[in-house]
Design a protein around this ligand. Structure first.
Ligand code: TRP
Length: 370
């Protein structure tokens, strides 16, 4: 299947080097990593392992930070279904950025987008917005420095800015960026303007001129490719962006996880039994068909989903490397590798689910005051 990467379609085997060229983004270099480590006081395994792999204007954003011009962070969630592990990559890293750099965070819930794009009712989308907010709060963001924006609820402050953005984007630009046709509904054509507003909303509300840093999954880049020039024309700074690769779906190395196909993903609300049976049943294996063959030839961690997921959940580089070697040599069997992953994911989600419960009582603290 040919590779397709845009906010509304991710298909095929993802060639990240080609995306760097096609999107005109920059690879994160060792020098960039060292600089982030120096400023943050430590590194993050998502950076060390190339899970966050590319950027736009990161150097500028860090230059400003060093000059004392603190950036704010902006990211978001499209609430159309349950949250799975793939969604969490960006958010876990966003929390790390908030903690290390002491940055304010604007977190957009695009209920308008999902209503316009998905075959779901307005009420269903509202239900998912409430549910997804709990998962985001459970990541552990600082409520004093975090502002949830819900597009339909905060329309009064978003809309005056969105129309300024929309006036500078033509239909043909949107068609080219997202592959839209004349049959697309007119709301979906306008939507990019809504996703653009939080790039500068903080500066409008507080009459400031701070840089904006956006951590995102690389499929979201086309929205900002369209709007970076536009915000500049409106007198705001272009946002810096840091791009994540997709966590591979459970079923194999191609495409990305999807909540609409529960077998490809582990949901944040899955219980211990479900986690175990999903991984045992569905996690694509790089192992050999029989134990004898596996011992002789060894497994292939580069395509094995359990190993690939451990790159997210096993923070200890040495432990991870040992697992890699043991699997490749045939010492570690697929079942054993899966057991390691099951333990890690279960531990992580048990904690997440506790925080998710607690968030039910204090979710209001996160929502941007009107
Ligand atoms: N459109 C995104 C989604 O479907 C949600 C989103 C809104 C977002 N603003 C963002 C994602 C900024 C990353 C960065 O999930």
């Amino acid at each position: 299947m040919v590779m397709k990467v845009n906010p509304y379609e991710v298909e095929g085997k993802i060639d990240y080097d080609r995306l760097i060229t096609d999107f005109g983004i920059k690879k994160i270099t060792d020098a960039d990593l060292k600089r982030i480590e120096k400023l943050a006081g430590e590194t993050h395994h998502f950076l060390r392992r190339g899970i966050f792999f590319a950027h736009r204007d990161l150097k500028w954003c860090l230059d400003e930070y060093e000059k004392g011009n603190q950036f704010f962070i902006y990211t978001g969630c499209g609430p159309s279904g349950p949250i799975h592990l793939g969604h969490l990559t960006t958010w876990i890293f966003t929390k790390w950025l908030q903690d290390k750099f002491g940055a304010e965070l604007y977190f957009q819930f695009t209920d308008d987008e999902k209503f316009l794009y998905k075959d779901k009712s307005y009420e269903e989308i509202q239900e998912w917005t409430r549910e997804n907010m709990l998962d985001v709060a459970a990541i552990g963001f600082d409520p004093k420095k975090t502002h949830f924006i819900i597009d339909t609820k905060h329309a009064g402050i978003l809309y005056p800015e969105a129309i300024k953005v929309a006036k500078k984007i033509t239909f043909s630009t949107i068609k080219a960026a997202f592959g839209f046709k004349d049959s697309n509904n007119i709301g979906s054509i306008f939507y990019t303007a809504m996703q653009t507003v939080p790039v500068f909303l903080h500066n409008v509300l507080h009459k400031e001129n701070k840089p904006c840093l956006i951590p995102l999954g690389v499929d979201q880049d086309p929205h900002f490719r369209v709007s970076r020039d536009v915000v500049e024309k409106l007198g705001h700074k272009k946002p810096a962006i840091i791009h994540a690769k997709f966590m591979p779906p459970m079923t194999g190395p191609e495409g990305k996880m999807s909540s609409s196909n529960p077998d490809t993903a582990i949901l944040t609300t899955d219980d211990t039994k479900t986690i175990k049976s999903k991984i045992n049943k569905h996690a694509f294996s790089g192992g050999q068909p029989t134990v004898e063959e596996h011992r002789k030839k060894g497994g292939n961690p580069d395509i094995d989903v359990s190993y690939q997921w451990l790159r997210y959940f096993e923070e200890d580089d040495q432990k991870l490397e040992q697992i890699y070697k043991d699997y490749k040599s045939g010492k570690l069997l697929s079942g054993e590798l899966k057991a390691i992953l099951i333990e890690k994911v279960t531990k992580f989600l048990t904690e997440h689910q506790k925080r998710r419960e607690l968030a039910k009582k204090n979710i209001d603290k996160f929502i941007l005051k009107l």
